[in-house]
Design a protein around this ligand. Sequence first.
Ligand code: BTN
Length: 256
Amino acid sequence: MMTRPPGLERFENILVFDRVPSTQDLARQLVSTLDDDEISLPCTVVAARRQTKGRGRGDRGWFSPAGGLYLTLVLPVESLEAALHRPLAAAVLLAETLRETFGVDAAIKWPNDVLCGGRKVAGLLLEHVARKSGAGSLLLVGLGLNLERAALVDGGDATGAAVALDELTGRPVGFDEALTAVLRAFAREESAPRSREAILARWRELAIHRPGDELRVRLGDGRESTGRFAGLDEVGRLELETAAGVERIASADLVP
Ligand code: BTN
């Protein structure tokens, strides 16, 4: 347990581990065993300095050596429908934090990869879990942020597809510093959430995509679709203009 720095009061429990299999899986276990009428888990943070079984989107792994920040936030959600834009909101918060606190030129690749100079610096994994009490669901916001270039090189990132915060800032960025900055941004947003419209407008400003850009997406069932970026709809789904008309896509991966 770390001492709670100012600005983090919103997070009732902040658990910091040296090593866990996956903060996402640990948060899920906490919710399934603890969250009930007496112990309420939102808003809880599970953070780790390294993970041995980090998970990425689409059943991929997430390489998680020391030299990164790995955390999962447990947040309340009113309804699944009302939470559709939350993956985009998480990317907005993370990109804003990197820009405002660390002065780096962070941008968003749909849906919620955070890039600097075209290289991925952070990834987000959002999952819902039903509450033990049966009353609604919780959102697990999993976030991995690369802090040290050396850790990426050790992990075999020879091509430089990924980038770390120390390369971008020209100075070491410690785990505690990064954790505090990220949590402050999420705590502020939980206390005074922006409207869905405001979040989507900010996402558009920070995105690397412009109307007409060609995109290829791979859906959960493996089907691929090619089209042009036409924007986001009112709940945050990707609008892809294809030969067959505009497809609205809530969740998929962009194919490079
Ligand atoms: C992606 O594929 O881009 C999403 C990566 C999300 C990784 C984070 S690290 C903390 C949390 N725990 C996990 O096992 N995964 C997420």
